[in-house]
Ligand binder design. Structure first.
Ligand code: PLP
Length: 516
């Protein structure tokens, strides 16, 4: 008889040794993050080396691991590093990493059927409901991220408004319109596109000077749409806007939703985790009245990518939006095909991995209070950063700081400040010192430091500010020299003092009232 093919080794000892080495190497990597750069650009030759035709034959696992160590690991995103402050990226954790290993080992498919991994996911959803102040029987499902969780929110709201027959009939010309603020995340208009409602049907309501949706403008727009025969169905509040971390007045929005008969969905991508921090929790007041909440475990809760979550108060609405009817998904009262409602009945995915394990292990091992304490710590760090920015004459803060995001810029006497600040950010990233990102606040480019990582400390904040000042001064100086086309006779400190003086003037004239 011919030998049968299998991917399991005949002798496990070599692979076992390699596996142990991988785990040790990754622990070392995490333990020594501070010694390395935040990020380094991937050299062209390394990219080239990765490009090759489909490998038809085998390569020893040690050799492939060596390529990972040489070509992949050094050029990763950098979000484990304490001075990664770009976008809103979670830092992951050692326990999360181990959970990924275990989940990979079990290779469970959480689309459905009757097994323990699904019980873990149900437990995670129950914890999420508890965290948000939702009823214990709220339903939900883990997804890739808040983008998809928001899409599910829009789809559930859509069928709650039109009835489940929308699944058969489509949306047609129903005139459904939804509301969110101009500060909402870009995935919401995309969700409206994918839901067949079109992004123009998402009304972008203006914000106040704290970045929160103006409630008066919202009710006026709802009234206007109704008078034009349209059908308002959904209100999306944001807990933690992506640009500046503002939290909508969720209680006021819940009132409007109730009065107007709108589905109330909250995008709490990172901000919902504030519910675990006693001092931050009051900012979320009203979230417990939402019909659905989308948020991520992979941002502020430090769970490794990817782990988004949608929780729906009335599980029946979620089930009628996605309930699967296919014959091959038939349920039985006993056996592996039992277990009642399956995750594939609650969202668009059928096959799904065991994301729940890393969430369950993170919350179990560290405890929810510790995750909340880390959220609080990042807010305290942000407050320190904001205070330092306010003290530095060459820096200007561009937005209030409600949570863990600080938007600011370097100000020079003249020149294109947007270009200058974008260059400063790229300088810092390329030098590997720190990785803030940029955004636009009130029409100007801001350096945006989103402090999400549990590893970030006060020294990291000081290093970030010092590096921004240094890069800004160096660039101003270089520009001054280039303009004069003479050798640099000006002392660096002199240039900086002049830039600071003029910068402070610009700063004072631009400062927005009401900033704290
Ligand atoms: C990050 C973010 C999203 C998108 O979440 P993903 O997990 O990246 O899909 C949506 N809304 C807000 C407010 C966010 O910060």
């Amino acid at each position: 008889m011919r030998d049968m093919e299998s991917l399991d080794p005949a002798d496990w000892s070599d692979l076992r040794a390699l596996g142990h080495r991988m785990v040790d190497d990754m622990f070392d990597h995490m333990a020594n993050l501070r010694d390395g750069p935040v990020w380094r650009p991937m050299p062209e030759e390394s990219r080239r080396e990765l490009r090759r035709v489909l490998p038809r034959g085998p390569t020893p696992a040690e050799a492939v691991y060596e390529e990972f160590q040489r070509l992949v690991q050094p050029y990763a995103t950098g979000n484990l590093h304490p001075r990664f402050m770009g976008w809103v990226h979670g830092g992951g954790s050692p326990v999360g990493m181990l959970a990924e290993l275990l989940a990979g080992g079990l290779n469970a498919n959480l689309g459905g059927r009757d097994h323990a991994p699904i019980e873990i996911e149900r437990q995670v959803i129950a914890w999420a409901a508890e965290m948000l102040g939702f009823p214990a029987d709220a339903s939900g499902v883990l997804v890739t991220g808040t983008s998809i969780a928001n899409l599910i929110g829009v789809l559930v709201a859509r069928s709650a408004s039109l009835g489940p027959s929308v699944r058969r009939d489509g949306v047609g010309d129903t005139g459904l319109v939804a509301y969110t603020s101009v500060a909402a995340h870009g995935c919401l208009p995309r969700a409206m596109e994918m839901a067949g409602l079109g992004r123009d049907a998402l009304r972008m309501i203006p914000c106040d000077d704290q970045g929160r949706m103006k409630v008066g403008a919202l009710t006026a727009r709802v009234a206007e749409d109704r008078s034009r025969g349209l059908r308002p169905f959904l209100l999306v509040g944001t807990a933690g806007t992506v640009d500046i971390g503002a939290v909508d007045n969720l209680a006021a929005l819940a009132d409007v939703a109730e009065d107007e008969g709108l589905w109330f969905h909250v995008d709490g991508a990172f901000g919902a985790i504030a519910a675990l921090a006693p001092k931050l929790r009051p900012l979320l007041a009203g979230i417990e009245r939402a019909d659905s909440v989308a948020f991520d475990f992979h941002k502020w809760a430090q769970v490794p990518y990817d782990a988004g979550c949608i929780v729906v108060r009335d599980g029946a609405r979620q089930l009628e939006t996605f309930g699967a009817e296919a014959a091959y998904l038939r349920r039985e009262s006993r056996g592996l095909a039992g277990g009642g409602i399956w995750p594939c009945d609650l969202g668009p995915d059928l096959s799904r991995g065991f994301r729940a394990l890393k969430v369950w292990m993170t919350l179990s091992v560290y405890g929810a209070d510790r995750i909340g304490a880390i959220a609080q710590q990042t807010c305290d760090l942000a407050a320190t950063l904001a205070a330092r920015v306010d003290r530095e004459p060459a820096l200007e803060r561009l937005a209030p700081v409600a949570l863990n995001i600080v938007c600011f810029r370097f100000v020079a006497a003249d020149g294109d400040l947007d270009r200058l600040n974008a260059d400063i950010v790229a300088d810092l990233q390329e030098e590997g010192i720190a990785a803030p990102s940029t955004t636009i606040v009130d029409g100007v480019l801001a350096i945006r430091a989103a402090i999400v990582n549990h590893r970030t400390n006060y020294a990291d904040i000081a290093i970030l500010v010092d590096a921004v000042l240094e890069a800004g001064r160096t660039r101003v100086e270089a520009a001054a020299v280039a303009e004069k086309e003479v050798p640099p006779v000006i002392h660096r400190g002199q240039v900086y003092r002049e830039a600071s003086r003029l910068g402070a003037e610009v700063s004072r004239s631009r400062r927005v009232p009401g900033f704290t």
